[in-house]
Design a protein around this ligand. Structure first.
Ligand SMILES: NC(=O)c1ccc[n+]([C@@H]2O[C@H](COP(=O)([O-])OP(=O)(O)OC[C@H]3O[C@@H](n4cnc5c(N)ncnc54)[C@H](OP(=O)(O)O)[C@@H]3O)[C@@H](O)[C@H]2O)c1
Length: 337
């Protein structure tokens, strides 16, 4: 499988590494300038032996390379055109979260006034329009022509979490409560205030929620969402569960990432193991489960889904669309403090 990466200097370099380790051939990547691409080439060469081609426009890469997969690791507000063009070119697409987002100006407009209607989907025209464009961009994947995977990698933890839960608690029957606290160091200057943390992190929590309760729906009347400069707290009912999502910036200490259902909360930690390999550690009291890096697991699953259409990515096209819709519907009922 030949892979092209759109935006390889940030998390994209890890995509290149994991695709390479899975046996794919990363033949090209894009950056914003020749200079940044030259720098990234050196980084990728050291990281995974990259010796492919560079582009400063993803459309040139799509035209000139013979790719099977495009991995999108650019800023969220650029994802949509890239997804659309790559899927229309018949390629499989792996995309970083969030599937898309809007400019800071557009979302500021969308947040006033707060809607109260009980229609399904977002109320504001800006949000409706973005959701519709996303549906159109994802169409080849929604109809099964190509595979689309969204990198909300915490869904890769779910099987291990369930085993841990059942060891301590017995069978997981009804999910009555879902809780997340996800801290982030910040988002590189993009959307740095208010809704920025929601744009950056909510898709992680929502993708797990969708995976836990696949046929759930959002109770619009139950939503409370308080948006502060460094923290957003959303509470709502989704299917059988009362959900609380706490997203916070933390630039001072070790990031807290804790989640679970029915008050069975585990702590996530990503760090190098004794052999220096970056891994996932899931802690519950004195128990620790060690998994491969979650992005690696998610990319492996995406590749499995390409090889066998009975296998689904941890978060596929339909999940990505639902994720965006939920994210918008909760946020537009938020209030800034
Ligand atoms: N799943 C996770 O845990 C996780 C963690 C971090 C980030 N992410 C997501 O990954 C994506 C990228 O984030 P990042 O932190 O890696 O960002 P970043 O460090 O800013 O890197 C963005 C990459 O995109 C390129 N780029 C910038 N503007 C572009 C444009 N207008 N068109 C095309 N390419 C452009 C940059 O090119 P240059 O190389 O020229 O600078 C760079 O390679 C975001 O969607 C973010 O939410 C996910």
């Amino acid at each position: 499988m030949k892979v092209g990466i759109i935006g390889a200097s940030g998390i994209g370099k890890h995509h290149a590494k994991w695709f390479g380790l899975a046996g794919c051939d990363v033949t090209a990547f894009t950056g914003t300038s020749r200079e940044s691409c030259r720098h990234t080439t050196g980084v990728l060469h050291d990281l995974m032996g990259f010796d492919g081609r560079i582009y400063t426009d993803y459309r040139d890469m799509l035209d000139q390379e013979t790719l099977d997969i495009v991995s999108i690791c650019s800023p969220p507000e650029t994802h949509l055109d890239q997804i659309r063009d790559a899927l229309q070119a018949g390629l499989h697409v792996y995309c970083e979260k969030p599937v898309t987002w809007m400019s800071a100006e557009a979302i500021s407009f969308a947040l006033t006034p707060c809607p109260s209607s009980d229609i399904s989907g977002p109320s504001h025209p800006t949000l409706q329009s973005l959701l519709e464009k996303t549906r159109i961009a994802l169409a080849p994947a929604l109809t099964g022509q190509s595979v689309f995977g969204l990198n909300t990698q915490y869904t890769a933890v779910q099987q291990a979490y369930k085993t841990l839960y059942e060891t301590h608690r017995g069978a997981m029957d009804v999910i009555e409560k879902v809780y997340f606290i996800l801290e982030s160091k910040g988002i590189s200057g993009r959307h740095n205030d208010f809704e920025g943390i929601w744009a950056d992190m909510s898709s992680h929590a929502l993708s797990q929620l969708i995976a836990w309760i696949p046929d759930g729906s959002l109770d619009l009347g139950s939503i409370s969402c308080i948006i502060q400069k460094n923290q957003t707290v959303a509470r709502f009912k989704y299917g059988s569960a009362r959900v609380e999502v706490v997203l916070a910036k933390n630039v001072q200490s070790v990031l807290r990432r804790q989640f679970g259902v029915n008050d069975f909360l585990v702590d996530y930690e990503g760090k190098a193991d004794d052999q220096g390999v970056y891994r996932t550690f899931i802690h519950y009291e004195k128990d620790t489960v060690i998994l491969d890096d979650l992005v690696q697991l998610s990319i492996d699953r995406f590749l499995d889904a390409i090889g066998d259409r009975h296998v689904k990515p941890f978060s596929g096209a339909r999940d990505a669309l639902k994720n965006l819709e939920l994210s918008m519907m909760i946020l537009e009922r938020g209030s800034r403090r």
